[in-house]
Write a protein that binds this ligand. Structure first.
Ligand code: ARG
Length: 467
């Protein structure tokens, strides 16, 4: 087979492919990224063919040596990728035949590019999922450590982005951590369905050679051969599933990013991000911009786009393989790269977050964040909750007028609104008292946060690498 023209299916054609059509239908410019997995799959396939007697041991060895050399050429950037040869599969096969002659042409015995490409993508996804999982674990570990360290740090909790009740910074970080736990579970669940082997499905119906798919599956580390040949070459639901995981993860990272951006602003002033995660402005000398979280927030959109692209790609496709599926790669590659990079950025950045504790505390003191505590106090003294709500509402209105927080009012001032209020009220009006009182599983009390951090550490240790 020549490097310049694709003759692998030339036999039944009476004219060469139109030059534009050749370029239009070629995928080598992007699917060369699958070269390592393509070679890995081919080596396993040749090994299996020799085991069942479809290749001699010498033929197998020539093929494996040739492919190993080609792998080296690719890694060293010496491989000459050819667009007329269409895709990564035919480029590598043509080079193998150049190198080892006629034996190279035997490699494709009992398989098709349809099961080959589906296998390559699954191998690729499995490799990438493992890298992504490692970054996710690193991020989760750093987040749990920071949460544990900040279990006593008080900040305002928000609803509607209005000050609601005091919480601890550790509790807030553990909320993030819960989002990531579910993302982690989704990733590992997706990996189970990725790790099934299409090879042996051949073009669509299987093959007449006496192949042993269990051997190939084991050589490649797949859990099992795919059950049905038509399904094996056609569906890309595993890619959709990965991109769904990626979209939900990025949605979560965008929420965290948004909070980091708000918190670094002069208006919130809750945290500092080290300079290495920020950039300046070319015109405004005072600026320090939180580019990393902003960019992660922005990258969420492209991942959602890839999810839509893949869902739409698969929609209404009749069985079995269709050329449409060649379009799965670019969205998937970009989703993989984006998720990995965003997780790396976060895993590096989160442990470096510097909370400005005084500023957080001060913000929690403003905004009447202990108003619910006062209402609960009144209820404990026998006032009905609705009446207590009204009494506290009046106290807050008075505080707004006099610019005083509830804890800054004298007992006499508070008693204007209810004679039930006594000296012990000041214990519940402190921020420390407020958070410590929420002392149950899932609550913001510092002891609960420390216990939750320790459970999170245990759960992470048993989940990681569970695939
Ligand atoms: N480049 C193709 C893809 O990515 C490989 C499989 C092509 N098979 C075929 N019969 N044209 O899907």
């Amino acid at each position: 087979m020549s490097q310049a023209t694709n003759q692998s299916w030339g036999g039944r054609f009476s004219e060469p492919t139109d030059a534009f059509v050749a370029r239009f239908t070629a995928s080598v410019n992007f699917d060369q990224r699958l070269a390592r997995q393509d070679i890995q799959g081919s080596i396993a396939h040749a090994t299996m063919l020799a085991r069942v007697g479809a290749l001699t041991d010498d033929e197998r060895d020539a093929i494996i040596n040739g492919l190993t050399e080609i792998q080296g050429e690719i890694e060293r950037g010496e491989f000459n990728w050819s667009v007329p040869l269409e895709d990564v599969h035919m480029n590598i096969e043509a080079r193998l035949t150049d190198k080892i002659g006629i034996t190279g042409k035997k490699l494709h015995t009992g398989r098709s590019r349809n099961d080959q490409v589906a296998t390559d993508i699954r191998l690729f996804m499995r490799d990438e999922i493992d890298v992504i999982e490692a970054e996710l674990v690193r991020l989760r570990e750093g987040m749990i450590e920071l949460a544990d360290r900040e279990a006593d740090t008080i900040m305002p909790g928000f609803t509607h982005l209005q000050t609601a009740q005091p919480v601890t910074f550790g509790h807030h970080l553990l909320a993030w951590q819960e989002m990531l736990t579910r993302d982690h579970e989704r990733l590992l669940d997706c990996r189970k369905r990725v790790n099934v082997m299409p090879l042996g499905a051949a073009a669509l119906a299987g093959t007449t050679y006496p192949i042993d798919r269990h051997v190939t599956a084991e050589l490649l580390g797949f859990d099992r051969p795919a059950e049905n040949s038509l399904d094996a070459v056609s569906d890309r639901d595993f890619a959709i599933e990965f991109t769904s995981f990626a979209s939900i993860l990025l949605m979560h990272l965008s929420r965290m990013s948004e909070e980091l951006v708000l918190w670094t602003s002069a208006q919130f002033d809750f945290i500092d991000l080290p300079d290495r995660f920020c950039t300046g402005s070319s015109i405004m000398p005072q600026k320090k911009n939180p580019d990393v979280p902003e960019l992660v927030r922005g990258k969420t959109g492209r991942v959602y786009g890839h999810l839509m692209a893949l869902l739409t790609l698969m929609k209404s496709q009749p069985l079995a393989y269709n050329k449409d599926n060649q379009e799965d790669k670019e969205p998937l590659f970009d989703a993989v790269d984006t998720v990995r990079d965003c997780l790396k950025a976060f895993a590096d950045m989160v442990p470096a977050i510097e909370p400005k504790k005084d500023s957080m505390y001060e913000a929690a003191r403003r905004g009447f964040s202990t108003a619910t505590d006062l209402a609960d106090y009144l209820v404990r003294k026998g006032v009905a909750f609705r009446d207590a709500h009204e009494i506290v509402g009046q106290s807050v209105a008075y505080g707004l007028k006099t610019k005083k927080d509830l804890s800054e009012m004298t007992l006499e001032e508070l008693q204007q609104f209810s004679a039930t209020i006594e000296q012990d009220v000041f214990e519940v009006l402190t921020l420390e008292g407020s958070v410590a009182a929420r002392n149950h599983i899932g609550g913001t009390a510092p002891d609960q946060v420390r216990a939750a951090a320790s459970r999170a550490r245990g759960a992470l240790a048993s989940l990681k690498g569970a695939a």
